[in-house]
Design a protein around this ligand. Sequence first.
Ligand code: PAF
Length: 279
Amino acid sequence: MKTVTSIAELQSCLSPIRGKGQSIGFVPTMGALHKGHTELMRIAKTQNPVVVVSIFVNPTQFNDSNDLQSYPRTLEQDLAKCEEAGVSIVFSPSVKEMYPTPEPQQFDFGSLDKVMEGKYRPGHFNGVAQVVNKLFGIVKPNKAYFGQKDFQQLVIIRKLVEVQNFDIEIVACPTVREDDGLAMSSRNALLTPEQRQIVPIISKTLFAAQNKGSNFNVKELVRWVKDQINSTPLLDVEYFEIADATTLEPIYKWSDAQQSVGCIAVRVGDVRLIDNILF
Ligand code: PAF
């Protein structure tokens, strides 16, 4: 496994690979790697002879400086995990390498980045799009791998590929969960033992909602999910919305969408967790 920190070095590793016509699979990450990430790497490895992982805590996608500061950084352990997963190249640039000057690019994703996460974290998805756009331009992968846990991000990345005309296949990978159902996230490491014990109620409630499905109307189900979680000590629902899984427009009747998704954000002390379920 090669670890490179400069764009020039990465290009010189990748150009012979491209020259040989070998397919490059790309897993962009912000580090603090967990099984959700190593699963993306595993899937990428089954589909490409060369797998590139980026590790970069992207400042432009944080709308809260405390959140950026407290984001876990565990480079040494991350590199060991990449090595074990059979990754070919890790790209871990500095902020200066990625943004030598302040990034001016503004994307227009219509309403996709205005709802849910976009509403509560203004500018977040523009920051995600800025860095993924740069990384796609640098790595030029054939396929890129994203977890369904960040459902809205996945929809926006697909839109980015469309608006920027990237010839990249986006591969959506199922959410990886702990044994108690908690969706794997780098932020789970920030939970206290007491918070960690309580948070599985989030996914348990989403699974129960999925089972209830059309026995409830959409409004009743939204209310039920919020009440279940808000009545649990330490948990505070920021939003729970049921939306069309393609357009992310809120739905009011089950027949409004062919496939719908329930997306949730929950505050647990200073930590904010997201999850989702398909209906
Ligand atoms: O999902 C993430 O970890 C980040 O948003 C991404 C896609 C690596 C961009 O910084």
